[in-house]
Design a protein around this ligand. Structure first.
Ligand code: XIL
Length: 333
């Protein structure tokens, strides 16, 4: 046994995993990519990078479509592999009927509750965890939940107000109870991986849900980092500990560490140290249950299209391009 998931288990963690985008892209037909995705020694957990998002799962109001998600699960989630289900509420990748509708607080709340209730029930205990709310906080807040600037200005906040987060978690909790599930409910965000106003706000959010006796089991630290700017192992583990002391699990949910492409030799070396900081921090903190890479092959990473000029964020690359052998980077070891 010598894969990433094996090492994670040896370190007392539940899993090392990856996001994947099958079906629907070249990933689906690249046989070298697919062989690595099937590698149980490396990947003990999977997250659908897109298939469970609102635009796919409720393409028309009240009409649920689980085709993409079921294809993903059949393909990437054989028995014994954990699934982090992603996500129930986000501002992005919403269907047109939702973004272009004219909503008041009451009817958008009903839309949110109906979506959460349906998805939690449909996937049931096939989800180890759900990212219930994704990216609710702004990057320029004060850390105080009472300040509007702390919240992302999106359809949910602007129509319902900050209580939409509690509404989503309450609906998820009710569905967990009604269907007798054991799925863990997570808040997931980026830029909350080390101390700062956004992490402070996320901690306050956890506290506010706990104070209201609403179920929240964990916080997902996305960890989309930049080579050379990754928080140190000590900074990451102290931040994880701050969440853990609120009585929630933490997980690294979307790890990638990008650089300008082509990467310099120095950047390639630094990436190894930066991966070590994240993996080491999770190893240091008992409440850190596992690590998910946001896909494992640079060929299929979201980075180049989102951050032009950047890439090289994942643990493998394909020097020969599509449908050629994958090569492990030094960071893998
Ligand atoms: C990304 C996917 O990887 C892309 O394929 C898609 O086009 C956009 O979304 N934070 C998240 C993820 O929580 O859902 C995002 O995934 C990456 C940033």
């Amino acid at each position: 046994k010598k894969g990433l998931n094996d090492y994670a288990k040896k370190a007392g963690k539940l899993y090392f995993g990856t996001a994947a985008d099958v079906p629907g892209t070249n990933e689906t037909t690249d046989k070298y990519y697919r062989a690595e995705l099937a590698n149980r020694d490396d990947w003990g957990q999977v997250t659908p990078a897109n298939a469970m998002k609102w635009v796919f799962t409720e393409p028309e109001q009240g009409v649920f479509n689980y085709t993409e998600a079921e294809t993903f699960l059949a393909d990437a989630a054989p028995p014994g592999r954990l699934v982090r289900c992603h996500n129930l509420n986000w501002y992005n990748q919403l269907p047109n009927w939702l973004t272009s509708g004219t909503w008041g607080k009451a009817n958008l709340t009903a839309v949110l509750e109906n979506h959460v209730t349906n998805l939690v029930k449909h996937f049931g205990d096939r989800c180890y965890a759900w990212d219930v709310v994704n990216e609710a906080l702004s990057d320029s807040g004060t850390g105080n939940l009472a300040d509007n600037s702390t919240w992302r200005s999106d359809i949910w906040f602007n129509t319902i107000g900050p209580e939409y987060v509690a509404i989503a978690f309450k609906a998820a909790e009710a569905a967990v109870k009604a269907n007798k599930l054991s799925v863990k409910l997570y808040y997931n965000d980026y830029n909350i991986e080390s101390a700062g106003n956004k992490s402070t706000a996320a901690q306050a959010l956890v506290k506010s849900l706990k104070d209201a006796k609403i179920q929240i089991d964990g916080v997902g630290l996305q960890s989309h980092f930049i080579v050379g700017e990754t928080p140190s192992r000590a900074a990451q583990s102290a931040n994880m500990q701050a969440f853990a002391s609120l009585n929630v699990d933490v997980a690294i949910t979307e790890l990638d560490i990008r650089a300008e492409v082509p990467p310099t030799a120095a950047a390639q070396q630094q990436q190894v140290l930066d991966y070590e900081s994240s993996v080491g921090a999770c190893a240091d903190v008992d409440a850190c249950v596992g690590i998910t890479a946001w896909d494992f092959d640079d060929s299929y990473s979201w980075i180049p299209s989102t951050f032009p000029g950047q890439g090289y964020g994942d643990l493998f690359f394909q020097p020969g391009g599509y449908n050629t052998p994958l090569v492990r980077k030094a960071a893998y070891d």
